[in-house]
Design a protein around this ligand. Structure first.
Ligand SMILES: [Zn+2]
Length: 97
């Protein structure tokens, strides 16, 4: 999957930066400016889950939720499944009119 240039998260355009660090799929960093690093050679599903995971980290930090890694992983898995398994819900969220 080609990486998006950015993700819109909580009113911010957070840049997505390719990063070939072999030790991690992705990372959210808030400094010096919010950005998400993502390995550019993951398959489509791993890229989507990595971006969702890092977006949840970003939301947690931006809103002071202080979610644990376990909580972020749980939300990544179940929010991803919620979107995937409920196309009517997903379409309604994307096209509310
Ligand atoms: Zn994480």
């Amino acid at each position: 999957m080609r990486l998006p240039d950015h993700l819109d998260i909580a009113g911010w355009q957070v840049p997505v930066v390719p990063d070939e660090n072999p030790e991690q799929f992705g990372e959210f960093r808030s400094a010096p400016a919010p950005h998400i690093k993502c390995h550019p050679k993951l398959d489509k599903m791993m890229t989507a889950h990595t971006l969702l995971h890092e977006a949840i980290h970003a939301i947690s930090e931006m809103h002071g939720l202080d979610l644990s890694e376990c909580q972020v992983r749980t939300l990544e898995m179940h929010v991803g499944a919620l979107i995937r398994d409920n196309p009517k819900l997903t379409r309604a969220l994307m096209h509310p009119e």
